[in-house]
Design a protein around this ligand. Sequence first.
Ligand SMILES: Nc1nc2c(c(=O)[nH]1)N[C@H]1C(S)=C(S)[C@@H](COP(=O)(O)O)O[C@H]1N2
Ligand SMILES: [Mo]
Length: 212
Amino acid sequence: MGQPDSRVGEVPERPEEGLPPGQRVQRGWPVTHYGPVPRFRPERWEFRVFGATADGDKHCWSHDEFSTLPYETVVGDLHCVTKFSMLGSEWGGVTAATVLGLAPPAPGVTHVMVWAEYGYSANLRLSDFTAPHTLFATHRDGELLTAEHGFPLRLVVPHLYAWKGPKWVRGVEYMTADRRGFWEERGYHNVGDPWKEQRYSYQEEPGDGPEP
Ligand SMILES: Nc1nc2c(c(=O)[nH]1)N[C@H]1C(S)=C(S)[C@@H](COP(=O)(O)O)O[C@H]1N2
Ligand SMILES: [Mo]
């Protein structure tokens, strides 16, 4: 553990195209999540970057402030571990790289926990988070996200299974050691690469997960 450089090579520069093994394309865009859809209250909403930041401070953006960050688009697929895939969406929003630039992590950071409403979370290797196509999305194919798809903000990590992309995301915690998120604690694979069919935690190999 604690050797992020050795893992950077595993993250593709751009998400691979096509259908990962065991997946199928379905018409439309189903809604998949655990629990209720949160109501968006702009005056209570803030986006927080905390944990092991370079300056030791917590960085917060109100919804108005977050809306002024540069808008960029990436093309990426959504692969649900239940075998549904949606290919070739254009996601618009703020790249993780932008957030990392505004709130840099401390040198020892190896992983991040992305936090959403109601305590949903997903852990990512820092190398997954810094990938150029990892994006906090407000839009898909030019349209604002609907509430059930994560409005006002969701994370998209096109090279991993979609549970790694929290809807209703509220912040990022920089971590100096790995820790399992919501589904990773409930039997899903710690890394979640769909091209390797890393679906369940029993498939994990040494180095894929936090030390017990
Ligand atoms: N907050 C939150 N985000 C979540 C989930 C969830 O349960 N809660 N489910 C994930 C899973 S398993 C999938 S497949 C995608 C589904 O996104 P969609 O409903 O927009 O298709 O959201 C992901 N993000
Ligand atoms: Mo999923």
